[in-house]
Design a protein around this ligand. Structure first.
Ligand SMILES: *Cc1c(COP(=O)(O)O)cnc(C)c1O
Length: 354
């Protein structure tokens, strides 16, 4: 039985993408060769890379605005380091809104002064800080748009005079934003755009080349730009599968269409969390994420019963992260409203039985 996968990442991808990707493992483009065995320099693969890049600019509405798209390796975690390596000369500002932000701060601290502009650590990151003051003269300001572990999401982004960098690993392509407000966006593919193994970087070229240190080639954005993400062998299958997911999204009507669906999904689940007296939400209501909903049972004695019920209904990956506990339902783009309805039904069933 196909499961309803609520995992936080790696996670659900569209069923059609799984089908096409598996077909291409056997025979890619009727070439008699597998996508796994063709040269990354072959025309077939160069076309994949080109399309994967142009779909990103098209979907984010960033065409002709000075941005370059890179498909790199090392995960979003490598970007914690790479952003600072390439851009931090004196001081940078960071929002500390969760585990991933804190890790980004730790990596950047090796390269210059890091100013924590705002933090929600005092409340185990259950809200997005507001009313902060941003210092002048920063090399950049770094934020995390969606806090995957805690289930909070930034609804507004600060206006700054310095470059704005955003880790969008867990909500890229899920909602409309003015993406041109950001100078560098990065995202590990495995949350909302593809399989693990590649990391998307969208960078405005004019912010690069300003630090005085020497940057190792593999960590230098300008090197990867000049080689069109093929400085070394790219993670070909991960890029290919990401491209298929982006094609799927475009066919569906792009970000504005998926955003409407994501809103419906989130509303359905959060209404149940709020109305069902057996459950309580973790994140502050106004900061709730449309991608990862965190909640728990009011009475932990019901845990065994509830866990058995959702597992019986083919639900997978609902356990919360150890730093929050309870449950986390990830509702990425490929999750259907029917999938959410299965979970909501199980939750209301529990209320009837308890
Ligand atoms: C998962 C995640 C990361 C880490 O991604 P890796 O690709 O595993 O390094 C970083 N930031 C956010 C917001 C994430 O959700």
């Amino acid at each position: 039985m196909k499961k309803h996968n609520f995992s936080a990442g790696p996670c659900i991808l569209p069923q059609d993408v799984f089908k096409e990707a598996s077909q291409s493992i056997l025979d890619f483009n009727d070439s008699g060769l597998s996508i796994l065995e063709i040269s990354h320099r072959s025309k077939d693969f160069v076309d994949v890379m080109d399309e994967a890049r142009s779909l990103v600019l098209e979907l984010l509405n960033l065409e002709g605005k000075g941005y370059k798209v890179l498909y790199l390796q090392g995960g979003a975690s490598m970007q914690f380091l790479m952003t600072a390596y390439n851009l931090l000369e004196n001081k940078a500002g960071y929002f500390n809104t969760g585990t991933w932000s804190a890790k980004a701060i730790k990596e950047a601290s090796a390269f210059g002064e890091v100013i924590e502009v705002a933090s929600s650590k005092d409340a185990n990151y259950n809200y997005i800080p507001k009313g902060y003051k941003i210092p002048k003269g920063l090399d950049y300001l770094h934020c995390t748009s969606n806090n995957t572990i805690f289930g909070t999401q930034m609804k507004e982004f600060p206006k700054v005079d310095s470059p704005l960098i955003c880790d969008m690993s867990s909500d890229i392509f899920s909602r409309q934003l003015d993406f041109s407000k950001f100078d560098l966006i990065y995202a590990g593919a495995q949350k909302n755009m593809g399989p693990a193994g590649t990391t998307l970087v969208v960078v405005k070229e004019d912010i690069l080349g300003k630090v005085s240190r020497q940057i190792p080639s593999m960590l230098d954005y300008q090197v990867h730009i000049s080689k069109s993400s093929m400085f070394n062998t790219p993670p070909a299958f991960a890029v290919y599968t990401s491209m298929l997911t982006l094609r799927w999204l475009k066919k569906l009507g792009g970000i504005s269409a998926i955003e409407k669906l994501n809103e419906k999904k989130a509303t359905l689940l959060y209404s149940e969390i709020d109305l069902n007296p057996l459950f309580k939400g973790f994140a502050a209501t106004e900061d709730r994420s449309h991608m990862n909903a965190t909640f728990s049972l009011v009475n932990e004695d019901l845990k065994e019963t509830f866990d058995a019920m959702w597992q019986e209904h083919g639900i997978n990956g609902l356990n919360g992260h150890r730093s929050v506990g309870g449950y986390r339902a990830s509702m990425y783009n490929a999750m259907t409203i029917e999938g959410i309805a299965v979970l909501v039904d199980v939750m209301s069933d529990l209320e009837r039985k308890a």
